[in-house]
Write a new protein. Structure first.
Length: 342
């Protein structure tokens, strides 16, 4: 990452870990199809399987329960497809807080304990839904994209059949992810057919992304506590520095500290994001689900953000790379912008 940039959009894409970058540079000259039977192909296949073993140990599951995909969106779509394929008597019931890649009928937030699919950590405000799980709260699938690296995700005795993960949120490259499928699920059906991944997902593997995940996933799992404590200090510093500003913090104590959603009264979130970008600060806006959508996100609506605050929502997401000084500078520029426009 450019040393002149303050990167506070880690929930969208965590910068490459140095060890991942080094491994990718080392592997690039040998890049080939890992299904090839020549020596380079065999070497890359061994690298992929080594990464699978490292990830399985980090997530406490079997190697044969891991399917490498292009990312969490593909994994989520695969979960949705399998539900429709094998539970065809009804629509999948999901909570209002799911990613757009999950297809199903949105249920009322107060009854989401009955849902078939559940996000573990909310990507917009960091809410920790995993802590609400109980013995009776079985899910067909879960989205662990924002959970990985923020909470302990142990797949040894899951309360779900399938789970989705993203590599880019952990410090690997974009276009890499994985799908966990419990070994007892005998009816798994792929959405991309082919011989790869033991006939469970077609298409040449993203070798660099997989090798990167073999480094980044064990790393974020090993540094969970350190990251929690560090990001908690950053979050508190941000809130302290914004004392006197009219805003709502949508990320309370029941949220992971690395994701902070703030809604400012009478402020345009996109304008604030653009202003901060001119000051070398990268954040994301929280008022829309995606680029081009001017409607407030369904998540912000579901948690009841007032109408005069909702369009002024931004998301600041931190990592071990960020510092208190960066946070203080960001808060200063937020105050400067609000003085200009409010």
């Amino acid at each position: 990452m450019n040393n002149n940039i303050i990167f506070l959009d880690n929930a969208a894409h965590h910068p490459l870990l140095p060890a991942v970058q080094s491994k990718i540079i080392q592997t690039l000259p040998l890049l080939a199809n890992p299904s090839s039977l020549h020596s380079i192909g065999v070497k890359l296949r061994n690298e992929i399987e080594t990464a699978r073993e490292k990830i399985a140990r980090a997530l406490n599951c079997d190697t044969n329960e891991i399917i490498f995909t292009s990312g969490a969106s593909e994994s989520n779509s695969t979960i949705s497809y399998n539900f429709s394929k094998h539970c065809h008597n009804r629509d999948m019931v999901i909570s209002p807080f799911e990613h757009d890649s999950v297809h199903g009928w949105v249920f009322d937030k107060d009854t989401d304990i009955t849902t078939d699919f559940q996000i573990l950590v909310g990507n917009e405000n960091g809410y920790n839904y995993y802590k609400d799980f109980s013995i009776t709260a079985w899910k067909f699938g879960v989205d662990a994209t924002a959970a990985l690296g923020n909470i302990d995700v142990d797949l040894h005795d899951p309360q779900f059949l399938m789970a989705s993960f993203s590599g880019e949120k952990t410090g690997s490259i974009s276009g890499s992810g994985l799908l966990y499928v419990h070994h007892d699920f005998d009816y798994y059906t792929p959405i991309v057919y082919g011989h790869q991944e033991n006939n469970r997902r077609g298409g040449t593997e993203n070798t660099l992304g997989i090798i990167g995940m073999g480094i980044s996933i064990p790393y974020v799992v090993a540094h969970l506590e350190e990251k929690h404590e560090h990001c908690l200090k950053l979050k508190q510093a941000l809130l302290d520095e914004l004392t006197g500003v009219d805003f709502i913090c949508n990320s309370g104590d029941d949220c992971v500290p690395s994701i902070v959603s703030l809604s400012f009264k009478g402020v345009d979130g996109m304008g604030l994001m653009t202003y901060l970008d001119t000051k070398g600060i990268c954040i994301s806006t929280g008022s829309a689900c995606n680029s081009g959508n001017i409607e407030p996100s369904k998540v912000l609506k579901a948690i009841g953000v007032p109408s005069d605050y909702i369009n002024g929502t931004i998301r600041i997401s931190t990592s071990l790379n960020n510092t208190i000084d960066e946070i203080k500078y960001t808060a200063e520029k937020i105050r400067d912008y609000i003085k200009e426009v409010v």
